[in-house]
Design a protein around this ligand. Structure first.
Ligand code: FPP
Length: 246
């Protein structure tokens, strides 16, 4: 395997502040193995955990993972049910492992579930609420955003409505919208990685991605590794960002 890693041995990635990932390819990964899609999603959660651990290692300040979109409700009931069970189990693990364990390693980890979580099961919502309360006692060095029932368009509409409700009749500005986004207060993603080879945004971080760099890699999410993340960052490091200037 050393040859695959060659470029990352010679080039050192310089990590930006915020990396967002569209985790795609779980279904195809499972299909290739003659297994049901749920098998791919289970493997996908394990990889997300590995990448979160790596984010701590490399001291990444913000990492955002697209776990379930507002459009994903169109999937078969059985698949939705598997995903919800996985989110519930994961939230439980977050509480019991990352927040209960008083180790240096996880002390400054800050996990957030962003999106319209109001429609999730009471069991998941309870755990998300518990995590939010626990977050208040922490000073984060790595913030992990897990987007669940998240839609970029819905996020913007929510922000506008929240603003209007509090400021009836007032002219709205970009700063006003930013204040009410789910991602409010966090820097925009510098780099958005999509696994699974497709090249689209699928309603992810529409507002925040105005000047993000995109990177698509063919690897299915369950095969994604820290080396793949480094490869994406090395590619990102070579780009010139002009933010509309020259
Ligand atoms: C798309 O793959 C992926 C998703 C719908 C997200 C699922 C993500 C996970 C299970 C990881 C969740 C992580 C945490 C930390 C809770 P797909 O099913 O569309 O794949 P396909 O394009 O090959 O069909």
């Amino acid at each position: 395997m050393w040859f695959k890693k060659k470029n990352i041995e010679t080039e050192k990635p310089v990590y930006p502040r915020h990396i967002a990932i569209i985790m795609d390819g779980n279904g195809r990964w499972a299909k290739k193995r003659g297994m049901p899609r749920s098998f791919g999603h289970k493997a996908g959660v394990a990889v997300a955990e590995k990448i979160i651990d790596y984010a701590i290692d490399i001291k990444l300040q913000h990492i955002s993972l697209y776990a379930f979109s507002t459009e994903n409700w169109q999937r078969p009931d059985e698949e939705i049910s598997t995903l919800m069970t996985l989110f519930d189990t994961y939230a439980e693990k977050v509480i019991n492992r990352y927040y209960a364990e008083k180790t240096e390693r996880y002390k400054s980890l800050y996990i957030r579930f962003l999106g319209d979580t109001s429609v999730l099961s009471p069991s998941i919502r309870e755990k998300i609420d518990t995590i939010e309360v626990l977050n208040r006692e922490r000073t984060p060095s790595t913030i992990v955003n897990i987007a669940v029932n998240y839609g970029g368009r819905r996020e913007i509409v929510k922000a506008v409505n929240d603003f209007i409700a509090r400021n009836p009749g007032k002219h709205i500005t970009e700063a006003d919208i930013e204040k009410y986004l789910y991602f409010s207060g966090q820097p925009d993603p510098d780099l958005i990685i999509r696994t699974g080879g497709e090249m689209r945004l699928s309603n992810f971080m529409l507002w925040e991605s105005a000047y993000s760099e995109y990177y698509s890699c063919p690897v299915y999410w369950p095969d994604f590794s820290p080396e793949d993340l480094d490869r994406a960052v090395i590619d990102f490091n070579k780009r010139t960002r002009r933010f509309g200037g020259v």
